[in-house]
Design a protein around this ligand. Sequence first.
Ligand code: PEP
Ligand code: MG
Length: 313
Amino acid sequence: AQRPAQRGWDGVGRTADGHPVKALANIGSATDAAAAAAAGAEGVGLFRTEFCFLAATSEPGVEAQRAAYAEALAPFAGKPVVVRTLDAGADKPLPFLSATDEPNPALGVRGIRVAFDRPEIVDRQLEAIAGAAADTGAEVSVMAPMVATADEAAWFARRARAAGITRAGVMIEVPAAALSAAEVLDAVDFVSIGTNDLAQYTFAADRMLGALAQLNDPWQPALLRLVELVARAGRERGKPVGVCGEAAADGLLAGVLAGLGVTSLSMVTAALGAVGASLAEHSMATCEQAARTAVATAEPAQARQAARDVLHR
Ligand code: PEP
Ligand code: MG
């Protein structure tokens, strides 16, 4: 069968009038990396390193980590790869890292918070990532998950630079970080919005509960307004603002996110063709108009319809 949605995708993400919006892949393993490279991903916007060690009962040593990361980075020599430091906790517990006695694991010591008491864990990981970058020639950046404040972002960036990694960023997935986007961006080189957790924490709605799926809909105008705020802060500073949550895999929403000022979209590999083709169909001015109308609505169905009215005209 024909797949008309894939027309116009030549492997480079950009709008119809040539504004670059990188189409990147989310990976969690070397297998994912090979598939993403074969599908023509421009790079990797999110390497979830915790997926490499879900079964590990003790912390993998620096050399073991380096080998695992190098295997995933190898297909992306000369291309950008954002390696996220371990995001253990809540829906992805790691036996060697996660506390088991927290009443609210999603609000607990997870993501970068694990490292504040045990900085040697993130330092060893950063050393392994720097080694894997040297082994493979991938253009590696590092990114911390679950950052809430500009102070935490600066703490992470200092440690990344001490490990010899020149590009450090953070996820924007806690509402406080989105509301402090300007200060957070001043502390790092880039940010990437994790819409899955940002929705969960903005709406106080567990992302694992099907019953609350409506609140976790990435078309929620309140979520889009936070994306807008972060993208504006990035634009003012000339720093990249990506989206790496499931929102980035929605072809219609991709146009809205580009219009809000997002500079890269990172998604499951299977979505690359459709999202790339969708971006290529619209000018940036049209995307901006779709974004303006979607953000001004009161609920997800209206936001979708508003974007459709502009983009499918
Ligand atoms: C997110 O929260 O949107 C994200 C990309 O990270 P994860 O899904 O791994 O929590
Ligand atoms: Mg997340």
